[in-house]
Design a binder for this molecule. Structure first.
Ligand code: SF4
Length: 361
């Protein structure tokens, strides 16, 4: 058995670039990577059992992922995240897991001040003394390019799923793309993979007449990016003939969010003067942008107990009244029922549809 067995929590399909990055950073003679088990009801149940009741759902999902990985033999866990109290979860998660009797090394990629490249390098070097700074930086650059490729691919799928002529063609290609990405070893292979799959993506036949409504999704980042945590909301909406737009992706959060603050505050005027924490400001600013762009309705999503999004909700309610735009609020937790969400989505759809028909007579 290898000395180090590294694992990390899930977030949508970002396990692919994370896996690829780790592959480059480890010493394969001493270390192996364990991709966490696929998200399931058991993941959230396991995590909820050991988490404080009123903590937000990402904490619980992460704990479920960690326990599943530890049970499969992981002994090094990686955590990265910040922007809200998530940045303080590291110590609590480590303490709970150690109290449960697990023995492991916990690596957080974030310092209180944010990501410090040199510190992250030192952390990986502690488990791979052969790692050089140049190789570390090159590997990170490939991982960033892969994250962009994944986000671009998934954004295209999300925004075109409703037009799909042959049901299942996007999902099939998406799965093939992920499999191909997993085999990529360097920048050249990544570019070839991108070229091949983006070409195939654009060749999928579309039927523009299938779209009925345009719906924007705003809200908390984890629920936005982890389809399991929102009970596959985007796919449900596409099945109901809705075009879906969502802003939050990892590339947005890592590389665009910071430099967008002034623009977002301008967009959110006069409703917001200061940032609300995490993506609260985005929720307001993007809602106003979606209204400008003529969307039929907006869905605000958040996990139970998410304070930044709770701050955004009264502002969104005011906007909804003043701009006459329907906004539905969905809160997700381990107890959220899929049937309950589906029923609310159908009711929201019917209401938007009636509103649209009334407008057109
Ligand atoms: S944004 Fe909200 S739900 Fe997400 S980690 Fe922060 S507090 Fe929790």
């Amino acid at each position: 058995m290898k000395k180090y067995r590294i694992s990390f929590p899930h977030l949508g399909n970002y396990y692919v670039p994370i896996y690829q990055l780790l592959e480059q950073l480890i010493d394969k003679e001493t270390t192996e990577i364990l991709i966490p088990k696929k998200m399931s009801k058991e993941t959230i149940d396991l995590g909820s059992r050991v988490s404080p009741d009123f903590i937000c759902v990402p904490f619980k999902y992460n704990m479920g992922n960690y326990i599943e990985s530890l049970e499969s033999g992981a002994n090094v866990l990686i955590q990265a995240g910040g922007g809200c109290r998530y940045g303080y979860y590291f110590e609590l998660q480590e303490q709970i897991l150690k109290d449960l009797g697990y023995s492991f090394l916990f690596i957080t990629l974030l310092d209180p001040e944010g990501i410090r490249v040199k510190n992250v390098f030192q952390k990986f070097k502690s488990i791979n003394p052969k790692l050089t700074f140049t190789h570390f930086v090159q590997s990170f650059l490939v991982a960033i390019e892969m994250i962009y490729a994944l986000d671009d691919f998934e954004t295209y799928v999300r925004e075109n799923l409703v037009y799909e002529k042959v049901k299942g063609s996007f999902i099939k290609l998406h799965e093939a793309f992920l499999e191909s990405l997993k085999k990529v070893k360097n920048k050249r292979e990544l570019r070839a993979c991108k070229k091949e799959y983006f070409k195939k993506l654009k060749e999928i036949p579309l039927d523009p007449s299938k779209k009925n409504l345009k719906i924007g999704i705003v809200g908390e980042l984890y629920t936005s990016m982890e389809p399991f945590a929102s009970l596959f909301l985007e796919r449900e909406l596409a099945d109901m003939n809705c075009y879906v737009k969502r802003y939050t992706t990892v590339s947005y959060l890592l590389f665009e969010k910071g430099r967008n603050q002034a623009k977002l505050l301008k967009l959110a005027k006069p409703y917001v003067t200061y940032a609300l924490g995490a993506d609260g400001l985005e929720s307001v600013a993007h809602t106003l942008e979606l209204i400008e762009q003529g969307y039929d309705g907006i869905i605000h999503i958040k996990p139970f107990g998410c304070m930044p999004e709770i701050n955004a909700m009264p502002i969104l309610q005011k906007i909804s009244l003043e701009k006459n735009i329907p906004i539905m609020y969905l809160t997700f937790d381990s107890q959220t029922s899929e049937v309950g969400i589906k029923t609310r989505l159908e009711a929201f759809y019917d209401m938007l549809d009636m509103k649209k028909k009334r407008r057109s007579v």
